[in-house]
Structure formats: C-alpha cells, structure tokens
Design a protein around this ligand. Structure first.
Ligand SMILES: [Fe+2]
Length: 309
C-alpha cells in the first residue's frame, strides 16, 4: 500500500461554534459545514484537514491517510480486512475505506479527493548569519498579528496502551517506518516512537505518527506546518491575545528537530504548529533512546510531564 500523505483528522467536539472560533484563530479556514459536520483546511492542496462533529463528550474519531489510487484501497480490503470502498460524502468527494487499529482507533485510507491550494501571501525570513548574509538595505520581513498561515497537516501524536502492538500494526498495515524510538529500562522495551511514511529514496517528514505508551488510547496532538519559528512566536502572541490556553512552546524537539508550539482547543485537545522539520528517506539512521534521558524541548529545562499529562 502506498501512503502518500496525511490528509485529515476527525474529532467529536462539545461546542462546535467555539471549536470553529479557536481553529480559525489557530489558522485553519472553514471549507463548509455539511449536515452539521465542520470541515476546515490549511492553505495546502487538501480539500480539508480537520473535521469536527457535535458530540456530548469530546472524542477523537479517527485519522485519514491519502493513498495513491483506488488499487491501494482494494489492497487494504483484500489484505487487511478494511471495510468496502465507499464514496466520501464530504468536500471534494473521493473514496475511502476504513481500518481499525489494535486499540480501536479508526484509520481511513482516502483517494481522489479534489482539493485546491488557497492563496497565501507570505515572505520567507531572509536571515543574516555570520557566514551567510542574505538581506541588504532591507528590514526583516514582519508578520501581522493575525491567524497563522498553515500549509498542511503534518503529523499526529497518539497515546497508546501497548506500544509494541500498535507500532507493529502501523508498520505492517500502513507500511510506516520507525525514524526514532525510546525505551524504558532495557533497550528492547520500547515505549514511544516516531514513524514516517515510507517513500523509499524520496524525502519525507521525520514522522507522520508519534506513538507514546501512556495507559490510555486517545489523540495527544495534531500538528500543522507553519512558515518558520518567527511565525510561531507571532501566532503564539496572537492566540494569547485571543484568550486561548497554551500548553508548551515555542520550543524545539531534539528528535525530528522541528520547532513546535502547542495550544489546547476548547475541549482540551492539543493543536500544534511545527516548522523546520527534519526530512529523511530510507538512508536515515534511526536511534533508540533511554526515555529517562529524553529531552523534549532543547530550549527549556522543564521536564516533559506538562506536555503529556
Ligand atoms: Fe508534534
């Protein structure tokens, strides 16, 4: 099966109007509300990246990966017991099948959804560093205090009860590859890992799925690509001014290298921006790290509890 990208996530939310207000401030754009279901997107080419439907209690409803074509859906039905192929009732149409991972999370495979890029006017930072001057007779690009420009849905972090079983399923069924893992005690007792899409020699993000053993099964965070670290500081200031609740950041992860900034949505799920991620391919040499020594933010000495609890 050839996964080409991460397409969307779906949540049940307790107050859809407040969720839409938060997600709009975060940088997502509303595509439409269809039968009470809210579809929102980044400026990237996907028809939508975030889907929310009303729910009595907050819940993570699943995640969708784009595959190359319908033959991948047929293969998922044949080889992995996916549900029959159906036409998607959502913006841009398309087709999907659904799988259930070993801890009951819904994983959709989708293809043929017609989406389009939204126009974004932004100027990359031109940095003057000691060995490479790039900006002359010009001030640094400034960013307005407003919702961020988001370019795509990049990855999801999941709490899992049994890392080994979940990791094996995501590797076997979705073909994901471990980029880095963490262990507790003995090196073969792995409890967390970063998994990337396998595109062979083509470069992909360091991870599309992060699994962390934490005594429950749920979404931990969803992460969207933003321009750069300065856009993240500006977005941070903007979200603060709008009264939303920060969780962590702006910081830099040692594994995957990306700069990240994490906020709580109105139901307490984490929304993250990331920039400057590592790109890796099948030549990547992964590591297995002792979780006791793991640092999650190179720019902070605080221990990681607040990021996970
Ligand atoms: Fe992340």
């Amino acid at each position: 099966m050839r996964i080409v990208g991460f397409h969307h996530v779906k949540f049940g939310v307790t107050d859809i109007a407040t969720t839409e207000r938060f997600a709009t401030d975060f940088g997502l754009k509303t595509v439409e509300t269809r039968n009470g279901v809210l579809y929102m997107k980044t400026a990237g080419g996907d028809a939508y990246n975030y889907v929310a439907e009303p729910s009595d209690v907050r819940r993570f409803l699943g995640m969708a990966f784009a595959v190359e074509d319908i033959s991948d859906l047929e293969q998922a039905v044949r080889d992995h017991g996916a549900t029959p192929i159906v036409a998607i009732d959502g913006p841009g149409g398309g087709y999907s099948v659904s799988l259930t991972d070993p801890e009951g999370q819904c994983v959709w495979l989708v293809t043929g959804i017609a989406g389009e890029h939204l126009p974004v006017s932004h100027r990359p930072l031109a940095l003057n560093v000691p060995d490479a001057r790039t900006r002359f007779n010009a001030a640094q690009s400034t960013r307005a205090l407003q919702p961020a420009h988001l370019f795509r849905l990049g990855h999801i972090g999941l709490y899992v009860k049994d890392f080994a079983t979940m990791a094996a399923w995501y590797e076997r069924v979705l073909g994901l590859k471990a980029s880095d893992t963490m262990f507790a005690g003995e090196p073969d007792h792995k409890i967390a890992g970063f998994f990337r899409i396998d595109r062979g020699a083509d470069y992909v993000d360091h991870h599309v799925v992060f699994l962390a053993q934490w005594g429950k099964t749920d979404a931990h965070h969803i992460s969207f690509e933003i321009e750069d670290f300065e856009a993240q500081f500006i977005a941070h200031r903007w979200l603060e001014s709008r009264g939303w609740k920060p969780n962590w950041g702006v910081g830099r992860h040692p594994l995957g290298s990306h700069v990240f900034d994490v906020w709580f949505d109105p139901d307490g799920y984490r929304f993250e921006t990331f920039s400057d991620t590592d790109l890796v391919n099948n030549q990547h040499q992964g590591g297995n790290y002792d979780v006791k020594e793991a640092q999650m933010d190179l720019w902070s000495s605080e221990s990681p509890e607040r990021y996970f609890a």
